[in-house]
Design a protein. Structure first.
Length: 141
């Protein structure tokens, strides 16, 4: 799995470098146009220079944000991997249902304390299943 992640990271790095090269080439082309054009008005030339500078700033900011978000995603992937590993105290609960309150509190019940009840609810007035579920949830809460 880590080999695949490293390959994706290398691919993203290569794509980012390629994108950076293309972007820089376009900006250099714009600057060369202003230099080649001898009869271009000074105010237009200045506007092009400012725009190129602004575009570089936006690009740098965007790339920094992208790198930060990529690091966050990788960090979350690591946390998910750690969380998905089965803990020894949780092995006794595999295949057993927990109460809603226990799931929220994070408390793991002992095997002897765990009780599971089944409830069958039927509508007398012909309500739909979805309607019955929402009614049950609102009344139980």
């Amino acid at each position: 799995m880590t080999q695949g992640r490293e390959k994706r990271k290398d691919d993203r790095g290569k794509k980012a470098r390629d994108l950076e090269d293309v972007f820089e080439t376009i900006l250099i082309t714009l600057l060369k146009v202003t230099e080649k054009s001898g009869n271009l008005r000074k105010d237009l030339r200045d506007d092009i220079m400012k725009s190129v500078s602004s575009l570089r700033g936006v690009y740098i900011t965007t790339m920094a944000d992208l790198e930060e978000k990529t690091r966050k995603v990788e960090n979350l992937e690591c946390q998910m991997k750690k969380a998905s590993e089965v803990k020894p105290e949780a092995t006794s609960l595999i295949g057993k249902k927990r109460l809603y309150s226990e799931a929220l509190s994070g408390i793991l019940p002992k095997r002897s304390e765990q009780k599971t009840f089944k409830l069958t609810v039927k509508s007398k007035s012909g309500h739909s299943i979805e309607n019955m579920k929402t009614l049950d949830k609102t009344k139980l809460n």
